[in-house]
Design a protein around this ligand. Structure first.
Ligand SMILES: NC(=O)c1ccc[n+]([C@@H]2O[C@H](COP(=O)([O-])OP(=O)(O)OC[C@H]3O[C@@H](n4cnc5c(N)ncnc54)[C@H](OP(=O)(O)O)[C@@H]3O)[C@@H](O)[C@H]2O)c1
Length: 276
C-alpha cells in the first residue's frame, strides 16, 4: 500500500531530495512550502520525470493562519490517515525579526510551526500508526536551554537562536514520545550532517553566505542524506530517538531532562493556543 508522506520545506535542499526520493519509490507525497513558483516548478519537474501529479500546498510558516489552511486541507482530504510527517522547513536569517503572529521568526518557523503541524496532524498519523520525523541538527549541542528565554530574544544572536530551535526539535519529539508511549506513534529526529544547501544563503549577510559556502564545500549532497529518513519510515520501530547516517546518534543529555521538556511543551501550547 502506498504511504501518504507529508514533507515540509521541500522546495530546496534536503526536503526537495526527500520528496523526489519518495515519489520515485511510488509513495504519495504532499509537499508544503512557502514559495508558489518553486512549488509549481517542482511539480512540473516531477510530472515530466515520473509522470506523477504531486500535490503541493502553499503555506508560509511565519503565518499560523496560512498553515491552518494547509492543515485543514490535509484533514479533509486525508481523513483515512497520514503515514509520515517530515518536518523539515527551517531558516537562519541574519536579523531578529518578528512574524505577523508576533514571534521571533526562527522560534516560529523552526519550532512552533513544527509543533503546530505535528499536534494538528497527530490524530491522522495515529490512524496509520505512523511516523513524525523532524530534521534537527547537531548544532543543537551548542545550545543552552534557558527556561526564562525560550524564544531567545534576549541578547539575540541568529546562530544561537537557530541552535536552540534545533534543540527544541529534539526535546519536543522526546516529550511527545513520553506522552504517546502507548499509542504506536513514532517520533524521530534526524541530523542530516553538513549538507550543501541554500539555507545559509537565504536572508543572510554576505560574510555569512561566504562562510556557508566554505563550511559546506565538502558536505553531503542533499540526496546523500535521505537514507536515514528512508531507513526510519520503512522499519517498524526503533528505540532510539536521534539518528545520523541511519544509526542512532548521541545528543545533548540536557534534552532528556523531563522538567525542561515539560517547560518547553507548556510554553509551546501556550503560544499556539489561539490556533490549536
Ligand atoms: N544544510 C545543512 O548542513 C543542515 C545541517 C543540519 C540540519 N539542517 C536542517 O535541514 C533542514 C532543511 O534545510 P536545508 O539545508 O535543506 O535548507 P534549504 O535548502 O534552505 O531548505 C529549507 C526549506 O524550508 C523552506 N522554508 C523556509 N522558510 C519557510 C517558511 N517560512 N515557510 C515554509 N517553508 C519555509 C524553504 O523554502 P524556499 O525554497 O522558499 O526557501 C525550503 O524549502 C532544516 O531543518 C535545517 O535546519 C541542515
Amino acid at each position: 500500500m502506498k504511504k501518504i508522506i507529508v514533507i515540509t520545506g521541500m522546495t530546496s535542499g534536503i526536503g526537495k531530495a526527500l520528496a523526489e526520493h519518495f515519489v520515485n519509490k511510488g509513495e504519495t507525497v504532499i509537499g508544503v512550502s512557502r514559495n508558489e513558483k518553486r512549488l509549481s516548478d517542482f511539480k512540473t519537474y516531477i510530472k515530466s520525470k515520473y509522470q506523477v501529479d504531486m500535490e503541493t500546498l502553499t503555506a508560509d510558516f511565519t503565518s499560523f493562519d496560512a498553515m491552518t489552511k494547509a492543515i485543514n486541507h490535509l484533514k479533509l482530504n486525508y481523513s483515512k490517515g497520514i503515514d509520515v510527517l517530515i518536518n523539515n522547513a527551517a531558516i537562519v536569517p541574519k536579523k531578529k525579526k518578528y512574524t505577523e503572529d508576533g514571534f521571533e521568526s526562527q522560534y516560529q518557523v523552526n519550532h512552533l510551526a513544527v509543533a503546530y503541524f505535528t499536534l494538528e496532524l497527530l490524530d491522522l498519523i495515529k490512524l496509520k500508526k505512523g511516523y513524525v520525523v523532524t530534521t534537527g541538527s547537531d548544532a543543537h549541542a551548542r545550545a543552552k536551554f534557558d527556561p526564562d528565554d525560550i524564544e531567545s530574544t534576549a541578547r539575540y544572536h541568529p546562530f544561537r537562536s537557530y541552535c536552540r530551535t534545533k534543540l527544541y526539535n529534539l526535546m519536543f519529539n522526546l516529550a511527545l514520545r513520553r506522552k504517546y508511549q502507548n499509542s504506536h506513534l513514532h517520533f524521530y529526529t534526524v541530523h542530516p550532517g553538513r549538507v550543501k544547501t541554500e539555507i545559509g544563503t537565504k536572508d543572510t549577510s554576505l560574510l555569512y553566505k561566504l562562510f556557508w559556502k566554505f563550511f559546506t564545500r565538502n558536505g553531503f549532497k542533499p540526496e546523500e542524506t535521505i537514507g536515514t529518513y528512508d531507513f526510519l519510515v520503512y522499519q517498524k520501530n526503533h528505540p532510539a530517538a536521534y539518528f545520523y547516517l541511519r544509526k542512532a546518534h548521541n545528543y545533548l543529555l540536557i534534552a532528556d531532562r523531563e522538567d525542561y521538556q515539560d517547560i518547553l511543551y507548556e510554553k509551546t501550547l501556550k503560544d499556539l493556543k489561539p490556533w490549536l
